[in-house]
Design a binder for this molecule. Structure first.
Ligand SMILES: Nc1ncnc2c1ncn2[C@@H]1O[C@H](COP(=O)(O)OP(=O)(O)O)[C@@H](O)[C@H]1O
Ligand SMILES: [Mg+2]
Length: 370
């Protein structure tokens, strides 16, 4: 089985006054694993259902390979589908559940038997064919659903929070299994999740959804390190936000002032819109916990900012520090500092110097602590 391209062009879905999906365009490459990541209500399921054919778009075109499938019935799209709820036929054996899509396609019996056994083996359920779904664990039931979606060798597999009902350990195991299977088969996967770690683990690219739109699409690494909005910056991992005032250009980039009057050098530009900057403008500086370093008070150098450790959590390979900038009200900075027996371990109440890595500070328009 080989993956097909999926093209989504200017797709919208309105339910009366509600805009569930708002003019979304995305091209999914053949064999690609794309995740739709977003919080509840952001339009992920609606978009996936339109690609599957269970919902009709209000506007736009959907293509699978070279075919316009916008108005093609779901069972004619040759797309596999796995839902969060197992949705297995409870009165049928595992084997009959998996055989179902092949029977619908009027494939001959010997071939059905062979394909079902192969597919059950592929999801590591070779010995479970005669069981009823109720006799399986949640993870096993979801493997059956996966087998049923893959048995007819669809070029495209759509999954809507398929691991959402499973506990964390099983979820992590199945994430890796599904990813390995997808790579082996070369099938194109569009995968809905609200779990950013899951999206990071599995995806070639992630489309971050917000209010029915794609806020940003890119590789896991690019979304993490090059967010184009404060929304995506915060959604992908932990981010500190600080209200700042733009002061002007410095020799090494931009200069901003924190509310405690200390200044910061920033070597990145504002979302690529540096031309709009004018002195006095209020902005939001953002920096990730691992890009802030901490030193004992007095040893941080001239660019450091004085702070006090509010909470210290030692985690073996690193420590998490919550540090208040002296003279600043607002939430403490979340800092991830490396830990080893050669580095100091900071404790609650320690006076420290904080140093922001200048090339890891993002500036976003807007004001406030978020
Ligand atoms: N059948 C429907 N009728 C009315 N509103 C709907 C319907 N389905 C979804 N919505 C609305 O569309 C928006 C997106 O929903 P959904 O696609 O389910 O989001 P997600 O899967 O990201 O949680 C939500 O505001 C939701 O309430
Ligand atoms: Mg949903």
């Amino acid at each position: 089985m080989k993956g097909e391209r999926v093209g989504v062009r200017n797709i919208a879905k309105h339910y009366g006054p509600i805009t569930a999906v708002d003019n979304v365009s995305v091209d999914v490459n053949a064999g690609e694993f794309l995740s739709l990541l977003g919080s509840s209500g952001s339009g992920k399921t609606t978009l996936l259902m339109m690609i599957a054919g269970f919902e009709l778009p209000t506007a736009g075109v959907i293509k699978i390979g070279a075919c316009d499938v916008t108005h093609v019935a779901p069972n004619k799209r040759n797309v596999g589908m796995v839902f969060q709820k197992y949705a297995l036929f409870p009165h049928m054996s595992v084997r009959d559940n998996v055989a179902f899509p092949l029977r619908m396609r009027k494939i001959d019996r010997a071939q059905i038997e062979r394909r079902v056994e192969e597919t059950l083996a592929m999801v590591q359920l070779g010995d479970y064919g005669s069981r009823a779904p109720a006799q399986l664990s949640g993870g096993q039931q979801q493997r059956v659903a996966l087998a049923r979606a893959l048995v007819f060798e669809p070029p495209v597999l759509l999954m809507d929070e398929p691991l959402g009902a499973l506990d964390k350990k099983l979820r992590e195991q199945l994430q890796i299994e599904i990813k390995a299977l997808q790579q082996r088969l070369g099938v194109t996967v569009i995968y809905v999740t609200h779990d950013q770690e899951e999206a990071l683990t599995m995806s070639d690219r992630i489309a971050v959804m917000s209010r029915g739109q794609i806020a940003q699409i890119g590789s896991p690494a690019s979304l993490y390190s090059e967010p184009t909005s404060a929304f995506v910056a915060e959604f992908m991992g932990k981010m500190n936000f600080l209200p700042v005032e733009y002061l002007g250009h410095a020799e090494s980039g931009l200069k901003v002032r924190l509310t405690d009057k200390s200044t910061l050098n920033v070597t990145r530009s504002l979302n690529g819109r540096a031309a709009e900057l004018s002195p006095g403008l209020e902005l939001r500086a953002a920096i990730r916990p691992e890009n802030i370093s901490v030193a004992a008070r007095g040893s941080g150098g001239p660019d450091s900012i004085a702070g006090t450790v509010e909470t210290s959590i030692y985690l073996g390979t690193h420590q998490i520090l919550l540090v208040n900038i002296d003279g600043r009200v607002g939430p403490p900075l979340h800092i991830q500092a490396p830990a080893s027996n050669r580095l100091p371990v900071f404790a609650q109440g320690d006076a420290v110097d904080i140093l922001f890595q200048a090339d890891a500070i993002y500036l976003f328009s807007g004001r406030g602590d978020q």
